[in-house]
Design a protein around this ligand. Structure first.
Ligand code: A3P
Length: 319
């Protein structure tokens, strides 16, 4: 129900009337608040996060665009941060029993959705939270001291993954016309949490300005050199792997635990439903780099490349 407006306060309704508006590719209204597109309910939740979310300095925030590698990073961060706790009893590891989304809750999608104000005192720190908000929006909450990990994925695979996600979610194959409408909307940046390039840029710049606070990771790099990237993650989170851990294969164990193959074959992820009511299995598909080649026409791929070149070409960010 996040596309709707049934959880919006009068104050937010007034705000919405003053915002630029457009429609998503399915015809639902989107509103641009400070450079980012939201559905009314999402905007309400984001405003509530900004007003009420007060993490502890030791808490960790994972930020991403939908389909950018959120599930993988949720599991990796959880596994890295809590590795000591389950060292002697790996068979009781929470990642074997719960979906990563239930271990690392979303702020605006779960905790602050539906006008809820959660009591964070019940969580022990470090708690890991997740968000799809862009960095400026996140900074309006009191999160400055928290370590923030961002995972970025190339626009073509992110888009194609989003297409499959929609199909799996609705258990139907949407037609080619819808694929093209979704593509056009993506190119215009008119989609929830979009434009893509503004989102990526906010965290890219943030990571350049404050390296100790914002870690910019790339999905493709984690696929390419998983050990290096997981060690980089642990260092950033101030829990680097010791020499003994490295020698005993702790990095590999974490990679194996969090691998798509392992997670997607667990009973909880095959047949379970996450707390936000989504079938757990829809978060796992191929997990490959370059699957866009099977779905985008050469012209579509070229258009995406040109957009990225135009929007991010002089940012220093290389895809
Ligand atoms: P594909 O649709 O390309 O396969 P998100 O977690 O942000 O919703 O992104 C989902 C994408 O990440 C999907 O990509 C999914 O298959 C992939 N993914 C999920 N879990 C993963 C894991 N443990 N390792 C690698 N990729 C994973």
């Amino acid at each position: 129900n996040y596309m709707k407006d049934d959880n919006v306060s009068q104050e937010t309704k007034n705000l919405i009337t003053s915002l630029p508006s457009d429609k998503d590719f399915m015809g639902y209204g989107l509103y641009n608040y400070k450079g980012c597109w939201y559905y009314p309910n999402t905007l309400q939740a984001v405003l509530d996060v900004q007003k009420h979310f007060k993490p502890r300095d030791t808490d960790i925030i994972l930020a991403s665009l939908p389909k950018g590698g959120t599930t993988w990073l949720k599991s990796l961060i959880f596994a890295v941060v809590h590795r000591e706790k389950y060292r002697g009893t790996p068979q009781t590891h929470p990642l074997l029993l719960q979906n990563p989304h239930d271990l690392v809750p979303f702020l605006e999608v779960e905790l602050y959705a539906n006008s809820q104000i959660p009591d964070l005192a019940k969580y022990s720190s470090p708690m890991i939270f997740s968000t799809h908000m862009h960095l400026q929006a996140l900074r309006e909450a009191t999160t400055k001291a928290c370590k923030t990990v961002y995972v970025c994925r190339g626009i073509k695979d992110t888009f194609v993954s989003g297409w499959h996600y929609r199909n799996m979610l609705h258990r139907t194959k949407m037609d080619q016309a819808t694929f093209e409408l979704m593509f056009d909307a993506y190119c215009r940046g008119v989609l929830l949490y979009g434009p893509y390039w503004e989102h990526v840029l906010s965290y890219w710049k943030g990571s350049l300005e404050a390296k100790e606070n914002v870690l910019f990771m790339k999905y493709e790099e984690i696929i390419e050199e998983p050990r290096v990237q997981v060690k980089r993650l642990a260092e950033f989170l101030e829990c680097p792997f010791t020499k003994e851990e490295e020698e005993s294969g702790s990095v590999e164990e974490i990679l194996k635990l969090c691998s798509l193959r392992n997670l997607s074959n667990l009973e909880v992820n095959k047949n379970g439903t996450t707390r936000i009511g989504v079938d757990s299995q829809v978060f796992f598909r191929k997990g490959e780099v370059g699957d866009w080649k099977n779905h985008l026409t050469p012209q579509m791929a070229k258009t995406f490349d040109e957009i990225i070149d135009y929007r991010l070409g002089d940012s220093g960010l290389i895809f």
